[in-house]
Unconditional design. Structure first.
Length: 225
């Protein structure tokens, strides 16, 4: 599994279906920004803290929704249908997302390397939950099982994906630089998320498919021999 081939395939799907993916992500980020604003205004610093966890859970849910949308190789579900189908998995996605985020952030704060290691071995928890129907806690071990033996390639996809997201953020900040800081930050967050989240979800979901196929082929080889 070469990182470049995964990203090229993700880019091909993104170009073919961006008119479908971006509105889904835009609706999500607009709703998420409104919810975090309400929490912050209503509860002050406690609401701001709660909004961080809500945002983390929500982003994992969005990735799960987009993974569900391309389950059959097509992107043809409406916005409502996309989120409705992944609804039963919300608790698992939110729980796994929060646990993974806390572990990765804690690892990065400590020595950086542990955080990067956890980000790599847990990178497939969302497609595992959505496409295999695994429970939240089970998704961690399943993700690590799929990544085993391919960690450097998986890490490469993660790094390249985040570099693309970072570059997009820089471009948007330059485009919106004439606006007031508060409005600039809000628009940059919503627009950047709407544009880049679908690509990241596609790349990581394709990574899951590649690794799952490799594992299935390896398991079948002794039987065929």
């Amino acid at each position: 599994m070469e990182p470049g081939s995964v990203l090229r395939e993700a880019w091909g799907l993104y170009k073919a279906h961006w008119r479908h993916f971006i509105p889904i992500a835009l609706v999500f980020y607009l709703a998420l920004s409104l919810l975090t604003l309400v929490l912050t205004l209503a509860l002050g610093w406690l609401g701001a803290l709660a909004s961080v966890f809500v945002s983390l859970a929500g982003v994992f849910w969005l990735q799960g929704a987009l993974a569900e949308d391309v389950r059959d190789g097509r992107a043809d579900l409406s916005v409502v249908e996309t989120f409705r189908r992944v609804g039963p998995r919300f608790a698992s996605l939110a729980g796994a997302g929060l646990l993974a985020s806390l572990g990765i952030v804690f690892g990065l704060v400590l020595l950086i390397v542990p955080g990067l290691f956890l980000a790599t071995i847990w990178s497939l928890i969302v497609p595992v939950i959505v496409l295999e129907g695994r429970a939240a806690m089970e998704s961690f071990s399943r993700s690590r099982e799929l990544v085993r033996g391919h960690a450097w390639n998986v890490f490469g996809v993660i790094v390249l994906t985040f570099l693309i997201l970072f570059a997009t953020g820089i471009v948007l900040s330059l485009v919106l630089s004439a606006l007031p800081d508060s409005l600039q930050g809000y628009l940059q967050n919503v627009i950047s998320g709407a544009i880049t989240a679908p690509f990241a979800a596609l790349a990581w979901t394709l990574m899951y498919y590649r690794l799952a196929e490799r594992q299935a082929s390896a398991a079948a080889s002794p039987v065929l021999a």
